[in-house]
Design a protein around this ligand. Structure first.
Ligand code: GLC
Length: 437
């Protein structure tokens, strides 16, 4: 009898731990709705802005140049972005056809861009500017009807209570002062402010998990509890984490850095990472750096940016394209020009990108396909012939160029169809609309 009870108790314990391992995160109805809205937008703008912009050497300057917090933090007393105008930023970004903005609220340098009560190393208390940047931006986003996502760094090069990982090693911290419970409380209090004081927040975008990926024993970030806090405060707020692995329970989107899902050209993706069924997002820079770097004029052309957007959509993912605002508070003029030109393109072709899924033909050298219901959009990006073969299983009932409705010939072959275009493809993206059955 006692043996039986012991056995039963042991079985129950195994069942509980199995449940825990699975983690029973069930997204709410409003969260699922928010995921759909997110995926439908297909295009967002990333903003990397912080104290680092004053050095104009990108957001990793503190670590890369090995500057101590004591020296680095002095820049705050000179940070006065006199030309910051949230209304202009949001208008310029909206004009690009993007549906959301993701901004760094606090990057690895540890400086907070809002009126946080948790530490005076922030835009309001530590600078002569004294304005709540996130607050002003949030208000404008809500006013102009564009969604706001907040980037939040898990790792911190400035605070002594953050247990140092493989970065931040040159910032003059005393690793003995690490105090994880205190730092964890600090982060959660900050996240609570962000999700309480600024209206509806579309997503929290975490970064820095990888700082502890080489620890001798696995580092416990206590993500479950933190994600639960976010979902409790705003159930529709999506959680994403730039950890380069398969998603953890509690995450609502999957993030890819500088690569389309399934690629690993940048070399960030973990070997075991799989593409999940969550909404996907790829982030990329418009020039070379995330944060403003004065000598970085290596901007992608409008054509390259549009091709990137089309290929991302062809993979069934969102594109989050980054801009690094200047220390004076302006978006770089070249970036604004690119936004304008992307917007002109989106005006015409937006419906072949937004609210679509990856098309029937996977991304090819010549281009990509997207689909909405019975419409298949063939985006011809790099091709200079009039005959294009598509390995299509479905039946094509109608075919025409998207922009001007010119007739496109369709010839059935054993493995698919051959399109005969009215001309050699031209423009950034020559789109053919197929109605299929
Ligand atoms: C990396 C970098 C960081 C940047 C981020 C954006 O993780 O550490 O500077 O914010 O990528 O994807």
């Amino acid at each position: 009898m006692t043996k039986k009870i012991v056995l039963l108790a042991a079985m129950a314990a195994v069942a509980v731990s199995a449940l825990k391992a699975q983690n029973t995160y069930t997204p709410t109805a409003e969260n699922l709705e928010s995921r759909k809205e997110f995926a439908d937008m297909r295009f967002g703008i990333f903003l990397h802005w912080g104290l680092y912009s004053t050095f104009a050497q990108g957001e990793w300057y503190m670590q890369n140049a090995g500057i101590t917090f004591e020296e680095y933090s002095k820049a705050a007393t000179g940070f006065y972005p006199s030309r910051f105008n949230a209304r202009e930023w949001v208008a310029a970004i909206k004009a690009s056809g993007a549906g959301y903005i993701t901004i760094t609220t606090r990057h690895h340098e540890g400086f907070s861009m809002w009126a946080t009560k948790q530490w005076d190393y922030n835009i309001v208390d530590a600078t002569p500017f004294k304005r709540d940047i996130i607050g002003e931006l949030a208000e404008e986003c809500h006013r102009q009807g564009i969604r706001l996502h907040l980037y939040y760094s898990h790792l911190d090069w400035a605070r002594e209570d953050y247990p140092m990982g493989r970065t931040g090693t040159r910032c003059g911290k005393d690793p003995k002062k690490a105090d994880w419970p205190k730092y964890y409380r600090f982060m959660n209090a900050q996240l609570t402010e962000l999700l309480t004081n600024y209206g509806k927040i579309g997503a929290i975008w975490f970064d820095g998990w990888w700082d502890h990926d080489s620890d001798p024993t696995p580092f416990d970030w206590q993500l479950d509890e933190q994600y639960a806090l976010i979902h409790r405060l705003q159930p529709a707020c999506l959680v994403g984490n730039n950890h380069h692995m398969s998603p953890n329970p509690g995450e609502d989107i999957q993030i890819f850095e500088r690569d389309l899902p399934g690629e690993n050209k940048a070399g960030f993706v973990d070997q075991a990472a799989e593409i999940s069924r969550l909404p996907l997002e790829t982030c990329e820079t418009m020039n070379g750096m995330w944060g403003y770097k004065v000598q970085d004029q290596n901007y992608k052309t409008t054509k390259q940016l549009i091709h990137y957007l089309v290929n991302t959509a062809g993979k069934g993912a969102n594109l989050l394209m980054n801009i690094g605002p200047q220390p004076n508070g302006e978006l770089p003029a070249t970036a604004v020009q690119r936004l304008k030109e992307m917007g002109e393109w989106m005006q015409v072709y937006g419906s072949t990108i937004r609210a679509t899924k990856a098309g029937d033909v996977p991304v090819q050298e010549w281009g990509a396909t997207t689909r909405r219901d019975d419409k298949l959009y063939v985006h011809i990006l790099n091709y200079d012939r009039r005959e294009l073969y598509l390995p299509l299983q479905c039946k094509v009932v109608k075919a025409a160029t998207f922009a001007d409705g010119k007739r496109v010939g369709v010839t059935k072959t054993a493995e698919g169809v051959v399109l005969t275009l009215p001309e050699v493809p031209n423009g950034y993206d020559y789109v053919v609309e197929l109605q299929t059955k």
